[in-house]
Design a protein around this ligand. Structure first.
Ligand SMILES: [Zn+2]
Length: 318
């Protein structure tokens, strides 16, 4: 098992030099076992399957008739949008609301969400128009198609159809999506802070070969905690994250700023719940048979990080 160290807060109790580490570990383990029965029954009886899917990309599509179950209006949520009809998944929308509220508190008030959920048909229209545009500017059909698919996702492969993605611009640019978003205050703030709300900059500048999509400083995807923070801190795109987790025997142990420790791993089938874990959630990687990203959260009543219990203090305190 490989543990990835992150910038999370250091544990409050690290044995000092000369302390019997083994003894301290066994005392803490005993304390943990005592605390275990206090975990709620529901958290140990079932694994919660997240309706979100980890991966939608040119190699992992979804059915043409797929429509997310719980779409809500961003406008009704209180988010500034270019069109009142823009919708997103309910949970993604509520985290987006918190994100934009904090952006406004930081003095950036001119953000504008210009796109959220898109149906297969809408994506088909956009894709077709993009091909026509390249043909009109002199490209042959095959070439036009090849370029178009890196700019506008092929229908069925767009994250927008999932309801978990949005495009953000600003009113100063009239809501257009261009490289200028990167230099704008909105773009900068989102790059630095979106992870705090479970969002990731999905198509980074240097990952086009892995994502299949050009750099899009405006496109943000909801993946939830703790994944968004790990992606941000490790500079990974989703494709790299999944590859890392799929490598045999690898799991990521991660403690967030709240002191909750997560163990994230890849599984081919839905796992059993772990009585020592505070909760087990799983999200499908892609379509059927593609496996799951499983997240076990560990915490105790004192809400202190447990990471070093597993990772070993030698590693943490070195
Ligand atoms: Zn987008």
């Amino acid at each position: 098992m490989v543990y990835i160290r992150t910038g999370a807060a250091a544990p409050q109790s690290c044995p000092k030099e000369g302390v019997n580490v083994k003894k301290k570990l066994s005392v803490l383990l005993a304390a943990l076992l005592l605390l275990a029965p206090t975990l709620t029954a529901s958290s140990v009886e079932q694994v919660e399957l997240n309706p979100n899917r980890m991966l939608y990309n040119p190699w992992n599509d979804m059915p043409a008739d797929y429509v997310p179950a719980d779409l809500v209006s961003l406008y009704a949520t209180g988010i500034t949008v270019s069109l009142a009809s823009i919708r997103m998944d309910r949970q993604a929308a509520s985290f987006a609301k918190a994100m934009f509220d904090d952006m406004v508190k930081d003095g950036i008030t001119n953000y504008l969400v210009v796109s959220g959920y898109r149906s297969y048909e809408t994506q088909q229209d956009l894709h077709r128009k993009k091909i026509q545009q390249y043909i009109a500017s002199g490209y042959g059909e095959a070439e036009a198609e090849a370029i178009a698919k890196t700019v506008v996702a092929v229908p069925g492969t767009s994250e927008h159809q999932s309801g978990y993605a949005m495009d953000v611009s600003n009113t100063a640019q009239g809501g257009t999506l261009s490289g200028n978003v990167e230099k704008s205050e909105v773009g900068r703030w989102l790059r630095e802070n979106a992870w705090r709300y479970g969002y990731t900059l999905r198509y980074p500048n240097d990952k086009t070969e892995l994502t299949g999509i050009i750099y899009e400083p405006w496109h943000f995807r909801f993946v939830g905690a703790p994944h968004a923070q790990i992606l941000y801190e490790r500079g990974l795109c989703l494709e790299e994250y999944i590859t890392l987790l799929k490598e045999e025997g690898r799991s990521i142990l991660f403690t967030d700023g709240e002191g909750v420790t997560y163990e994230i791993s890849y599984a081919e089938t839905l796992p059993e719940a772990d009585p020592l874990a505070g909760g087990v959630t799983a999200v499908a990687v892609a379509g059927e048979g593609s496996g799951y990203i499983v997240t076990r959260s560990h915490y105790n009543r004192l809400n202190t990080p447990l990471r070093w219990l597993s990772a070993g203090c030698a590693e943490r305190c070195a």
